[in-house]
Design a protein around this ligand. Sequence first.
Ligand code: NAD
Length: 292
Amino acid sequence: MQILDGKTTSEEIKIELKEAVEQRKIAGKKTPHLVAVLVGNDGGSLTYVGAKVRACKEIGFNSTLMHLEDSISENELLDVVEKLNNDDEIDGFIVQLPLPKHIDEKKITLAINPMKDVDGFHPTNLGNMVLNLPGFLPATPAGMMEMLKRYNIETSGKHCVVIGRSHIVGSPMSILMARNTNPGNCTVTLAHSRTQDLKSLTLQADIIVSAIGLPGFLTADMVKDGAVVLDVGITRVADETKKNGYRITGDVDFESVAPKTSYITPVPGGVGPMTIVSLMMNTLRAMELNGK
Ligand code: NAD
């Protein structure tokens, strides 16, 4: 069994990105600028956005955190999006989800200029992904693809079972794994909450991607020997031994599953750090796509 070490891999990518930013400077090109829009004070979102802004600074990007009150109206947030769309200094931006209930996430996603949509959630970018055209891939699936690539994991002709069909992780991952690319070229099964006899499917899987959010859901009896397991789940589980009172737990029962696998991502330190660097890679890509 080998650990797919997202922490180390993401650090390597950060060094490459830092170098790319320096090269841009030498060539007299613009420094990439990413804006993260955060509405309200959701604990998880604050952590994620903070990590994204910090990572930007580490690699020499300009980054701005726009922290807005959760009382902001939908129209006011649409105005913020419009300003960012039209601001030439801003190369890419994200609106951290989830948004407060009174704001329609779909409306906000649709309002973002696809050329600055570094989260890759806009239908134009999702369409480009399906057609294998240039655009932005959603950060979490893109991070997992990058990890498979860097660890030289053979995916062609393999059976990949993706569990969870969210628009940001499961569904795009199923598309990326099925595309005629490397990594890719898998036969893909997309499982979800209505799937019957999931175990019979996962037992056939060479690669399992679990993106559900149920701690310890994937157990050893569901995994065949030698499978590759990517654990996307991030759930806070109460833990009195921890200073903050909780620990982060994945969807996979790591202790029992890991010995059966050929490769597995830990939680934390697996998919999470790769998601953050994917966003940076998308922002750098935004510069190229926008001819800057
Ligand atoms: P979500 O919460 O929107 O949806 C969960 C999905 O799981 C649904 O499609 C549902 O059909 C499926 N599901 C639920 N119960 C199931 C069951 N018993 N059997 C099979 N499928 C079932 O999903 P999401 O936003 O993709 O998030 C999933 C998890 O991944 C969460 O824990 C989230 O915090 C985490 N996440 C991690 C990262 C990262 O960078 N590591 C990024 C995004 C999300």
